[in-house]
Design a protein. Structure first.
Length: 169
C-alpha cells in the first residue's frame, strides 16, 4: 500500500552544497573588501617595514657575532666562491694553453724528427759513397804499388858505392 501523503526526504546534500557556496561567497566578499581597503594596505606596509627592519637588525647582529667568533659571513663566502670560480677559469685557461703548446711541440718534434731522418739518410748515402771511393783508392793503391815494384826492378840501386841493376825475375 502506498500512501500519497507520505513525507518526502529532504535533500541534505543539495542543502549542504548551497550552504557551502553561500559561505564561500560571503567570506570571499569580506576578504576582498578587507584587502581592497586603505586600512589593510597601510597595515601590510607597516608590517613589511617592521619585518625588514627586524631582519636587517638580525642580519647585522648575526654578522657581528660571527665576526667576533672569526666565522665567515655570507659575504665572505660569496667572495670566496667568486675567487674560486675565477681560479677555476684560470686553471681551465692554463690547461687549454698547455694542450695547445703540447700540440705545437708534438708537431715541431715531428718536423724535427723528419729533418733528422732525412739527414741520417744523407749520411748513409755519403757513407756508401765513401766506401765506394775507398775501394777505388785501394785499387789505385794496389796499381801504384805494382807500378812502383816494376819501376824498382828497372832502377839501379846503390850498394856501398857500387851501382847495380836489378835483374828481372
Amino acid at each position: 500500500m502506498t500512501s500519497t501523503n507520505a513525507p518526502t526526504m529532504p535533500d541534505f546534500e543539495a542543502a549542504w552544497k548551497q550552504w557551502r557556496d553561500l559561505s564561500v561567497e560571503g567570506w570571499s566578499k569580506m576578504a576582498r573588501q578587507m584587502v581592497e581597503g586603505e586600512m589593510f594596505t597601510s597595515a601590510m606596509g607597516a608590517s613589511l617595514d617592521w619585518y625588514l627592519t627586524m631582519h636587517k637588525g638580525l642580519r647585522q647582529g648575526a654578522a657581528a657575532y660571527l665576526e667576533m667568533l672569526d666565522m665567515p659571513t655570507r659575504d665572505d663566502l660569496a667572495r670566496i666562491a667568486t675567487q674560486i670560480g675565477s681560479a677555476e677559469m684560470r686553471v681551465i685557461d692554463c690547461e687549454e694553453r698547455l694542450d695547445l703548446l703540447e700540440a705545437v711541440k708534438v708537431d715541431s718534434l715531428q718536423v724535427r724528427v723528419s729533418e733528422l731522418e732525412a739527414r741520417a739518410a744523407r749520411i748513409f748515402e755519403l757513407e756508401d759513397e765513401m766506401a765506394a771511393r775507398l775501394a777505388e783508392i785501394r785499387e789505385n793503391q794496389a796499381r801504384l804499388d805494382a807500378a812502383l815494384a816494376a819501376v824498382n826492378q828497372n832502377v839501379p840501386t846503390v850498394n856501398k858505392g857500387n851501382i847495380t841493376r836489378r835483374k828481372k825475375s
